[in-house]
Design a protein around this ligand. Sequence first.
Ligand code: HEM
Length: 538
Amino acid sequence: GGPDTRTPTGEKTGAPPAANGQQGAYLTTAQGARLRDTDHSLKAGPRGPTLLQDHHLREKITHFDHERIPERVVHARGAGAHGVFTGYGTADTLTRAGFLRKGKETDVFVRFSTVLGSRGSADTVRDTRGFATKFYTEEGTFDLVGNNMPVFFIQDGIKFPDIIHAGKPHPDREIPQAQSAHDTFWDFVSLHTEAQHHVMWNMSDRGIARSFRMMEGFGIHTFRLVNDAGETVLAKFHWKPKLGVHSLVWEEAQLLSGMDPDFHRRDLYDAIESGAYPEWELCVQVFPDTPDETFAGIDLLDPTKIVPEELAPVQAVGKMVLNQTPRDFFAEVEQVAFHPGHLPPGIDVTNDPLLQARLFSYLDTQITRLAGPNFAQIPINRPHAPVNDMLRDGFHQQAVHAGVAPYRPNSLDGGNPFVAGDAEHAFSDTPVTVAEAPKIRANPASFDDHFSQARLFWASMSPVEQEHIVRAYTFELGKCYEQAIKERQLQALANIDPVLCAQVAAGLGLPAPQPAAPVAAVTPSPALSQVGRVWPPD
Ligand code: HEM
């Protein structure tokens, strides 16, 4: 109990308070002792040697030696900005989440990223883009940790190390996969055909975004929303950019990788500094919370599937404006730590097996990346809601806690009682029924269709978008050394669409295989095409 020193400073912008180490007019040591000279080490006479007793030299060099922290294991390359989210009140019947109430303003911080490249890699490579938003809500922080594509490569998080190992640089050559030698990536996705739908998005123009400001964002997983009455619906989150969705063409992307590897980072920073604040609407697709968790025959727990917008319209529930660039890239963009389990009351998880693994992974990796369990005390990660937890001590503890030992029940600590049962404002633990079934390492049969939605995507593209997709497959597969991998991927393309397969095969100078099963027709979803895509729709 007792006062918690991690409560917010009250600063409106969400920017961290002025850092220690930049106060006063004089240059000092880290202990505040004034310095006379920081350019010369202390030596025994003008020609040395340098003396071990030079505390300033050792402090300055030691701190420098430890300036770098590990980069993120994925999404290492990113850029970020602060902003404000305003609720529309249109989700009031769906969720009790207070930040969605009409006119409610909430500070946000967004980090955009590529997935595979290292921290210093180029912005305009062909890749998925991360779109992670931290809403500092009064009811606790909500992290919407999404991507610019609505589907994922794998259906179960246990395979995440495999897909990432297949996509990251070769162990011997350390050559990045995102743009060059590709055998491991295409080996994995051709063997593991549930990846084919996401790969098609990567091979489309969506894989080479024009600007972070012109990307959609997707929460991908289905979440469960809980309203004031305790009623639930299933929902998917979408971000719709006010500027529309735009891409580079491949030649532009390649030139920019060489001429301006910071293209997206610069674009975001320059736009905000010049007052052209990027805007998105947060939208939801809503589905009834039925026991089978399906909608229109689509398993809502399968993160390789979308629900076409024609079947479930996206409904705007609020607006985000990014209006402030970071003051200190390291303190904000590097140290920010997102977690899909950071949820406010009214938003709950589902049993999507990809999401379930993520709920473990982010906290675990951040304990290493941010050196210990207290990174929620780093300014960018501090909740703007009052924090009164029983977590104590640990590496880099910043708080000076008061009161008796933190345990409950506690008859000694009358000053700060735990208010039990305040369901309205508490974390949502929806009492979903758990099936009584044997433990099993397998997917449900409803996850087995790996091709029909890739076909839907292909069939929904305009002719020029289809041409770009064919060229991208041809270029990328052309980088593979192993013929067997190219042939296996052509088989996957045949199962998706024989015309697509024939065009890529021709480009590679290989025969086009026959589909493994008759290819069923799909009804195109115009909303998937980027051509003429504006938001809101007419
Ligand atoms: C980082 C999105 C699946 C593990 C990230 C980031 C994003 C993201 C946007 C960067 C966050 C930032 O900017 O700091 C997604 C999406 C997924 C997905 C949309 C699927 C729907 C997974 C899975 C795992 C995983 C299945 C592991 C089981 C990680 C890890 C990081 C990360 C370890 C680094 C976090 C850090 O260092 O702070 N992910 N991811 N992700 N993701 Fe995922």
